[in-house]
Design a protein around this ligand. Structure first.
Ligand code: SAM
Length: 233
């Protein structure tokens, strides 16, 4: 299958500014009524967020560190990061609706006094240098070569650490996906890709990053491999 990266990105943007926005806003909320599949996705995703928070809270000199959350969604990670007292945070997403929702949630919680930059942007257009760059559950929308390019770009933005999560390729997941069970309901309007871990790790290695720890988080209908990388000094 040929993949037109720009076309695919504009479809992803359109989805997350439209039907996908409402669907994922509900999944990534505590109180909204959702179906059982979506509840499981919520539960699995929360494990990923909680793990990242547990990694970050042990970083030395956290209050001096700058963070970039690329593809931030509704701010599910941004909010706990701000509560940890990090120095500053850039949140970005290809969807302006997602960025508006993140802003709204941060404001409602009174966390806006911290230094935060909100950007509507494709992650491959991001510039700058941050101590820590994080990108959770975004690569699922892109095939292996694009996800690897994204990893290389994110490495270029990071001075110390990169944390990513993605749906890992396993033969069993490939079977489930093929019979259409993995991403039921309206999410079928975007393609979902599972990725080979080795390719993701190799892409980061090429840029001088090595694996510190990794973990598979799962719940029915949610599979996400979380990897923390350190830049080799
Ligand atoms: N990272 C968030 C989290 O874990 O809560 C959101 C995950 S959600 C499944 C995927 C998000 O990636 C959506 O908000 C979508 O708009 C965003 N996204 C997809 N492609 C992107 C790209 N090329 N650049 C930036 N954000 C992107």
């Amino acid at each position: 299958m040929t993949f037109n990266k720009n076309l695919e990105k504009s479809e992803v943007r359109e989805y997350f500014n439209g039907t996908g926005f409402d669907r994922w806003r509900k999944i990534y909320s505590k109180s909204e009524e959702i179906n059982t599949v979506q509840k499981n996705i919520r539960k699995g995703h929360q494990k990923t967020v909680d793990d990242v928070v547990s990694y970050v809270k042990n970083y030395p000199e956290l209050t001096t560190k700058t963070f970039c959350d690329a593809g931030c969604g509704v701010g599910s990670l941004a909010i706990p990061l701000l509560r940890l007292g990090i120095k500053d945070l850039q949140v970005s997403d290809i969807s302006s609706e997602m960025i508006n929702e993140t802003k709204k949630r941060i404001n409602e919680l009174g966390l806006s006094q911290r230094k935060i930059k909100f950007l509507t942007s494709d992650l491959e257009q991001l510039k700058g240098l941050f101590d820590v760059v994080i990108c959770l559950d975004v690569f699922i929308h892109y095939p292996q070569p694009v996800a690897e390019e994204m990893v290389r770009h994110l490495c270029d933005l990071s001075k110390e650490k990169l944390i990513v999560s993605f749906a890992p390729y396993t033969p069993i997941l490939a079977v489930l996906k093929n019979i259409g069970k993995l991403f039921p309901g309206p999410s079928k309007t975007t393609r979902a890709y599972t990725l080979r871990e080795k390719g993701i790790i190799n892409a980061a290695n090429e840029k001088g990053f090595i694996v510190v720890q990794k973990k598979l988080n799962q719940a029915p209908f949610y599979f996400s491999k979380l990897i923390e990388f350190n830049k080799v000094k």
